[in-house]
Ligand binder design. Structure first.
Ligand code: CO8
Length: 259
């Protein structure tokens, strides 16, 4: 069904591997369509899905960017449409109601860094390298990079990376707040799965509401505090809320149903 994605269900976690190793997993149009299909059609219908781990095939790259061979002759209108399509796909990931964790083992450049930033959390292997090298091509990031990088590392450092095209390693990415943790090479997917497992033990409706409210902070249209109050109210109406409070009082582990 997918040509460029490999999907394995590991005990309720969908491990999605972008598999174009010869092109360092560069995101071509077909891969973007497959990611769109996975996050809009397949994942929401997968019963018992705890979350998603996104990674790249091979040791060298998570994703080395959008596929440069595809957009060398775009005109202005086509370029804008190309970027908008990618932004929509990455927004689907950012809004996905269960945790999406990027497991970055090598290069995460251009669209690859933007893909990692659209995920809720990022695990970096010690050989991971992050960067937005679009200015080397006479371009700017088009899949959300000018907006999301600032959110993670602040305006000053974001402008530096965007304008110099410098790459940073895993430890620097951790120091700046771009990634959540750094692990030994080869442990990236295992650590990402561990993070999804931990979150999956919490109340699923509450997790979905957290994602929605945090996303609202960066939305020009949403009033985050109003949304938070409504989301808090919605959680009060769940069985999971009653279970969580009962479990606390009875000094036992809560078992949430996502209802
Ligand atoms: N697109 C297509 N092919 C790629 C890409 C890419 N982004 N990156 C690497 N490849 C291919 C290479 O062409 C090469 O193919 P081949 O073996 O057929 O020659 C193969 O992968 C291996 O790459 P290298 O031989 O270059 O490997 P090195 O170890 O020498 O270098 C690098 C690794 C540093 C990662 C290098 O490949 C590189 O600089 N890649 C390009 C990185 C880049 O500029 N990424 C940003 C792309 S632009 C982008 O992502 C914009 C997103 C928004 C788009 C909006 C729509 C317009």
């Amino acid at each position: 069904m997918y040509e460029n994605l490999r999907i394995e269900n590991q005990a309720g976690i969908a491990v999605v591997t972008i598999s174009r190793e010869k092109a360092l997993n560069a995101l071509n149009t077909a891969t973007m369509s497959e990611l769109r299909h996975f996050f809009s059609e397949e994942a929401p219908k997968t019963a018992g899905l705890k979350g998603v781990v996104l990674t790249g095939a091979g040791e060298k790259a998570f994703v080395a960017g959008a596929d440069i061979t595809e957009f060398s002759r775009l005109n202005a209108a086509e370029g804008a449409a190309f970027a908008r399509n990618g932004q929509e796909v990455f927004d689907l990931i950012e809004r996905f109601p269960r945790p999406v964790v990027a497991a970055v083992q090598g290069f995460a450049l251009g669209g690859g860094c933007e893909l990692a930033m659209a995920c809720h959390l990022r695990v970096a292997g010690e050989r991971a390298r992050f960067g937005q090298p679009e200015v080397n091509l006479g371009l700017i990031p088009g899949y959300g990079g000018t907006q999301r990088l600032i959110r993670y590392i602040g305006r000053s450092k974001a402008l530096e990376l965007l304008m110099t095209a410098d790459m940073i390693g895993a430890e620097e990415a951790l120091r700046l707040g771009l990634v959540n943790c750094v692990v030994s090479s080869g442990q990236e997917v295992a650590k990402a799965c561990e993070m999804v497992e931990k979150i999956a033990a919490k109340a699923p409706v509450a997790i979905a509401k957290i994602i929605e409210c945090v996303n609202a902070y960066f939305s020009a249209e949403a009033d985050g505090l109003t949304l938070e109050a409504a989301a808090f109210g919605a959680c009060c109406d769940t069985e999971d809320f009653r279970e969580g409070v009962s479990a606390f009082i009875e000094k036992r582990t809560a078992h949430f149903q996502g209802k």
